[in-house]
Ligand binder design. Structure first.
Ligand SMILES: *Cc1c(COP(=O)(O)O)cnc(C)c1O
Length: 798
């Protein structure tokens, strides 16, 4: 091969070409990393062609662009996603095998990009893929964290956090864009000049853009995920260096880089940290400038902005984008304030993700004024304008010395949406009840979804193959076609093949668990899976209590015909969330005791897999029999894990919370194991004095399980290790674990009973697949395009 051979001929040649000329490696001495990078470059070339075409088509059509602003994008590994969407999987596999390499091993060699905590960030990643699939011109904007979510391991059952290094190896999917750099200010003061208020920031930093192309299904369209990194305006102080102070010479650079150094690991809790607000303003301000620059490149009239630009705030983290846009239009472009505000409101929309009071963002006025003095004035003017328009209302954004970002986002937005039917309804009656009365048309619902390319087609090739053999491959781009499976569910031959797929996936998981974690799992047992962030409202402690009670009962009546179970847990706790970390340790302690018990060993195992991330989810979900979605009703906004499980043939045991409600409606009540208080009943229960103590003493099983924890049965070296958990369970128990325990136990025994009849179970599982097509993020994005953005597909899709 010679240098001037273009890498475009055959795909296999392209890989060799990149190995030689991009990486400078001799194939005889190339390592796995080299091969993976060469493969990635060959794939990337094919993406770039479509990416350029899509960008040109958008300019030609002068199409409206969607800008999705999100503090988190939990994208995971991209090589397989890109290969699958370009429909190169067979070629890539053949090429790698012709070089004597293990194709799956190459795919798994890629680091998992964890630029997010959980559901919110993963939703943003699924949305980017669906936007590209639907040919909707769109940009994702976020932060290029040098370190994503921490790596989790366990020591004596306790969570240990280690930094994550996804950028340690070359990252092929990013393109540095030196030309798209902005200088952003922080702090300083507001002065009056020529009768106008002008912000004079004290500190300046540079935002540097890195673009990741996102290609849609079948490779017909590609959009851009643009991530910002912090850089110093003057990275190096030569004078200080020459004076011998080498560390101080690079201080400005170190400080600027701090902004994009790490992802905050809090999930569903808000920590009012200065650096966090700095990050929020940094990426919001850079994005708004970029949006305006692109608009102004070929439009003269700023009043047209709402016709060409739709901005979506993924939660309140980018809420400052609104006041920043007003500031640029008013202070810097000279539009009258009211006009600047109206234009901004025509562009901005806000997605609410939580009703938990501890997760609603607010900032102390002092901190805010210190960092963003001009924005605080603008926020007050926005608040005043809103107050004047609705004289029966006081201002709502400022109060008790705080700046409330939810209120700000609401009054800045054209549309505000919830993420499941139940959650949207509760928004109207709780957090935004007053605002909803003033703006009855503003709140809309867009139930979340997941991309079927990653969460079925790629992660579960056996099931994907069976579906395609049965109904053709149209379902991958049109998930509602899964309904076509329904007539086959009654065919015993087909159902046996469906069951065999699950069995093979479980066997794979058993092999992996033995190889990687040295645990032996019984592939015939029911795989009962709860994987998600650890949070009291998600109630992993309800699950472990039921596990303890089950173990105790198995010991008491060993002769009974128990359904064998493997309880699988995975999930990270925020480093400062001590209750959640106690739950992790308790599960690990309980697992150690139960797994060592020879009398129950065959029937019950508990494992906690470390370092939950997208890759681990892709491995576990296809092998799951039962999906645990047991949050306290009214607390999980939607959930997306619940959808991934149903789509992969794992029926749910769950409460009427978030999108569980819609899952149950669609798959049918008879194919869903429902238990627990409703959101309304939960509210009422909390007002009963001693509700937890009463529930515990009324249920002998629960009493015995709590007593085992209290007495130190799982922590003999430190009997009061879980005194905090016990006190909570028998005391305040805000999340109603004790109240829901009895009904959860009942539903679990119904699961046991049903699973014992494997045909019945397989039918339930198959109907979950056939009826989950609605939970595609393609459907969700079509909803946003129609109800919120008024955006059109350039591929004629929806
Ligand atoms: C889907 C997903 C989530 C969200 O799970 P929920 O059960 O909805 O909380 C979180 N983390 C990862 C890695 C995921 O893939």
């Amino acid at each position: 091969m010679a240098r001037d051979d273009t890498p475009k001929t055959g795909f296999r040649d392209a890989i060799l070409w990149h190995l030689t000329y991009t990486l400078g490696k001799d194939p005889d001495h190339a390592q796995i990393l080299d091969w993976r990078l060469a493969l990635s470059h060959a794939v990337r070339d094919r993406i770039v062609d479509r990416w350029v075409e899509a960008t040109r088509a958008t300019y030609r059509a002068d199409a409206k662009r969607v800008y999705y602003l999100s503090m988190e994008f939990l994208i995971g590994r991209l090589l397989e996603d890109n290969i699958v969407n370009l429909q190169l999987a067979d070629q890539a596999q053949a090429a790698m095998e012709s070089f004597g390499l293990d194709y799956r091993g190459i795919l798994l060699d890629e680091p998992d990009a964890a630029l997010g905590n959980g559901g919110l960030g993963r939703l943003a990643a699924c949305f980017m893929e669906s936007l590209a699939t639907l040919g909707c011109p769109a940009y994702g904007y976020g932060i290029r964290y040098e370190h994503g979510l921490f790596r989790q391991s366990f020591a004596d059952g306790r969570q240990i956090e280690a930094p994550e290094h996804w950028l340690q190896q070359p990252y092929v999917w990013q393109f540095e864009r030196a030309e798209a750099s902005f200088t952003l200010g922080f702090g300083g003061r507001v002065v009056t000049r020529d009768g106008k208020l002008v912000w004079e920031p004290e500190n300046l930093v540079q935002s540097e853009a890195y673009d990741i192309p996102v290609i849609g299904w079948r490779g017909d369209w590609a959009n851009t995920l643009r991530l910002w990194a912090g850089r110093a305006v003057d990275p190096f102080d030569l004078e200080r260096f020459n004076a011998g102070d080498f560390t101080a010479a690079a201080e400005a650079e170190a400080l600027a880089r701090t902004i994009s150094r790490v992802l905050y690991p809090e999930d569903s809790t808000e920590k009012g940290k200065r650096l966090r607000l700095t990050q929020e303003y940094f990426f919001s301000a850079a994005s708004i400038r970029d949006i305006l620059r692109r608009f102004e490149a070929d439009h003269a009239d700023l009043r047209q902005l709402p016709q060409k630009v739709a901005i979506q705030l993924n939660d309140t983290h980018p809420a400052i984008a609104g006041p920043e846009l007003v500031r640029l239009l008013h202070d810097e472009r000279g539009l009258p304030f009211d006009e600047a505000l109206a234009i901004t409101q025509g562009c901005v929309n806000y997605t609410n993700h939580t009703l938990l009071p501890e997760a609603l963002e607010s900032w102390g006025e002092g901190l805010f004024a210190d960092l963003l003095p001009r924005h605080l004035q603008i926020i007050d003017r926005i608040d005043d304008a809103h107050g004047r328009a609705h004289p029966d209302r006081r201002n709502t954004v400022r109060g008790d010395g705080r700046v409330r970002m939810g209120e700000l986002s609401f009054i800045m937005s054209n549309r505000v949406n919830g993420v499941s039917a139940l959650h949207t309804g509760l928004m109207k009656t709780t957090v935004f009840a007053d605002q909803h009365r003033l703006h009855p048309d503003r709140i809309v619902n867009e139930t979340n979804g997941v991309t079927p390319r990653r969460w079925l087609h790629s992660c579960n090739p056996r099931l994907s193959g069976l579906i395609t053999e049965t109904i053709g491959d149209g379902w991958i781009g049109d998930l509602e076609q899964l309904q076509g499976l329904e007539p086959h569910v009654a065919d015993p031959g087909w159902l046996a093949r469906f069951a065999a797929v699950k069995a093979a996936n479980k066997a794979d998981l058993c092999n992996w668990a033995l190889r990687e974690h040295h645990v032996t799992l019984n592939p015939d047992a029911l795989f009962d899976v709860q994987i998600k962030r650890i949070h009291e409202y998600k109630r992993q402690h309800l699950n472990i209590l039921e596990t303890i009670a089950l173990w105790q009962e198995m010991r008491e009546i060993p002769s009974s015909d128990w359904t064998a179970r493997v309880k699988i847990f995975a999930g990270k706790a925020a480093p400062g969330y001590f209750f959640a970390k106690d739950i992790i340790r308790l599960i690990n302690d309980v697992a150690a005791v139960i797994n060592a018990d020879a009398t129950t060993n065959e029937k019950l195992r508990v494992i906690y897999l470390p370092n939950y991330n997208v890759t681990l989810a892709e491995r576990l979900i296809p092998a799951a029999d039962l999906s645990e979605q047991i949050s306290t009703a009214g607390k999980e906004a939607s959930g997306t894990g619940n959808m991934k499980f149903a789509l992969n043939g794992a029926p749910t045991i769950g409460t009427l919370d978030g999108a569980n409600v819609e899952i149950r409606e669609l798959v049918g009540a008879e194919n869903f194991f429902l238990f627990g208080l409703t959101a309304e009943e939960a509210e009422a229960r909390r007002t009963l004095p001693d509700h937890a103590a009463r529930a515990v003493s009324a249920d002998p099983r629960l009493t015995r399980a709590v007593e085992a924890i209290r007495s130190g049965a799982f922590s003999p070296d430190e009997p009061d290790r879980y005194a905090g958990i016990v006190e909570n369970l028998t005391g305040a128990d805000y999340f109603l674990v004790a109240s829901d325990f009895g009904d959860y136990w009942r539903a679990q025994r119904e699961v046991d009973f049903t699973y014992a009849d494997r045909d019945t179970w397989a039918r339930m599982a198959a109907l979950n697949v056939a009826r989950s097509g609605w939970f595609s993020s393609d459907r969700t994005i079509r909803g946003y395009m129609r109800d919120i953005w008024n955006a059109k597909s350039l591929l004629g899709q929806g």
